[in-house]
Design a protein around this ligand. Structure first.
Ligand code: PMP
Length: 354
């Protein structure tokens, strides 16, 4: 039996995408060769890369708006330094909303002055800071749209003339936003897009090429743009599966359609957390993530019972991150409503036992 996969990432992907991806490993579209044994310069793969790049821009509503989509390697962690390498001249601002923001700050400090314009660290990142000043002389402001570990999510983004850089690793393609407010978006594939190994970077071309710093080719966005994301051998399998997942999303009705489903899933679990005295939410209500719901059990004695019930029902991956504890139910795009239903049923059953 396939489990209900609430893993925070790598995580569940659509069943039909998995089916097609596994077929392509044996033979890609009837060409007599496997996806992973053909040249990345073959027409078949170049077409896959082009489709992946154009689907990314199309889904985000950024086609024809001066943006380029790239599929790079090194995970979102590589973007922590690549963004600074390419964009940080003197000073950049970061909103510190958790572990991933802090890691981004640490890398960027190697390239210039970093100021934390706001932080929610004093409350273990349970909320998204608001109402802070953004100095006008920043090279860019870096945000983490969804904080995978704490279950918080920006609902509104700061209005500023400073270029915005956003780590969307754990909520890309999950909700409608005006994506043109960002100058650079990056996201590791392994949540809403595909397997680990590819990182989507969507960059506004006119922010590039402004620094005098010498940038090694592999670190230079302009090089990857000029080479159409094929400067070196790309992670062909991860790009292919990302392309299939984006096509799946497009066929479903795009981000507007998945947003509605994601909201229904999130409402279902959060209303249970609110109404059921056995559970308490961790993140501040107004900042709760639609992707990762974090919660505690109020009565420690019920923990083992709950864990056993989850195991029995085939629920996988709901333990909280070690820095937060409790539970975390990740509800990425491909997680069916039914899985959330099974979890919520167990939660309400536990209340009766408590
Ligand atoms: N940013 C966020 C928001 C994440 O959730 C993660 C991984 N969970 C990362 C960055 C790091 O990504 P990677 O492992 O691809 O470097």
């Amino acid at each position: 039996m396939k489990k209900h996969n609430f893993s925070a990432g790598p995580c569940i992907l659509p069943a039909e995408v998995m089916q097609k991806a596994s077929e392509a490993v044996l033979e890609l579209d009837g060409i007599g060769l496997s996806l992973i044994e053909i040249s990345h310069r073959s027409k078949e793969f170049v077409d896959i890369m082009e489709k992946a790049r154009s689907l990314a821009l199309e889904l985000l509503g950024l086609e024809g708006k001066g943006y380029q989509a790239l599929f790079l390697q090194g995970g979102a962690s590589m973007q922590f330094l690549m963004t600074a390498f390419n964009l940080l001249d003197k000073k950049a601002g970061y909103v510190n909303t958790g572990t991933w923001s802090q890691k981004a700050i640490k890398e960027a400090r190697l390239f210039g002055e970093i100021i934390e314009v706001a932080s929610s660290q004093e409350d273990n990142f349970k909320y998204i800071p608001k109402g802070y000043e953004i100095p006008a002389d920043l090279d860019y402001l870096h945000l983490t749209s969804n904080n995978t570990i704490y279950g918080t999510q920006f609902k509104e983004f700061p209005k500023t003339d400073v270029p915005l850089v956003c780590d969307m690793s754990s909520d890309i393609f999950s909700r409608q936003l005006d994506f043109s407010q960002f100058d650079l978006i990056y996201a590791g594939a392994q949540k809403n897009m595909g397997p680990a190994g590819a990182t989507l970077v969507v960059v506004k071309e006119d922010i590039l090429g402004k620094l005098t710093r010498k940038i090694p080719s592999m670190m230079d966005y302009s090089v990857h743009v000029a080479k159409e994301s094929m400067f070196n051998t790309p992670p062909v399998f991860a790009v292919y599966v990302s392309m299939l997942t984006m096509q799946w999303l497009k066929d479903l009705g795009g981000i507007a359609a998945i947003e509605e489903i994601n909201e229904r899933k999130a409402n279902l679990i959060y209303s249970e957390i609110e109404l059921n005295p056995v559970f308490s939410g961790i993140a501040a209500k107004e900042d709760r993530s639609t992707m990762n719901a974090t919660f505690n059990i109020t009565d420690d004695e019920l923990k083992d019972v709950f864990d056993d019930m989850c195991k029995e029902a085939g629920i996988s991956g709901i333990n909280g991150h070690r820095s937060v504890g409790g539970y975390r139910a990740s509800m990425y795009n491909a997680l069916p409503m039914e899985s959330v239903g099974v979890l919520v049923d167990i939660m309400s059953e536990l209340e009766k036992k408590g």
